[in-house]
Design a protein. Structure first.
Length: 77
């Protein structure tokens, strides 16, 4: 796994999903997927009610998750 190799070679690593930091990576910063799925459901609802998908606005994530693995941070020094 990437996190294991990063620890072995003492490299700080950053990814975009919190599972990476939970698995031993140093840091993750990315969209809150539960919130993104919830917002996607509102788009699906609008489409099912007859809205043209091309008329729906593109949205950026409203919430971001920042996870720092303190155990890894201590190991890296």
């Amino acid at each position: 796994m990437v996190a294991d190799l990063a620890l072995k070679y003492r490299l700080p690593t950053i990814m975009d999903n919190k599972e990476f930091a939970e698995a031993g990576g140093l840091l993750s910063l990315g969209p809150d997927l539960v919130d993104s799925y919830r917002r996607a459901a509102t788009h699906v609802d609008k489409i099912l009610k007859g809205a043209n998908p091309a008329d729906l606005p593109m949205e950026q994530p409203a919430k971001l998750d920042l996870v720092v693995n303190l155990k890894t941070a201590r190991t890296l020094g």
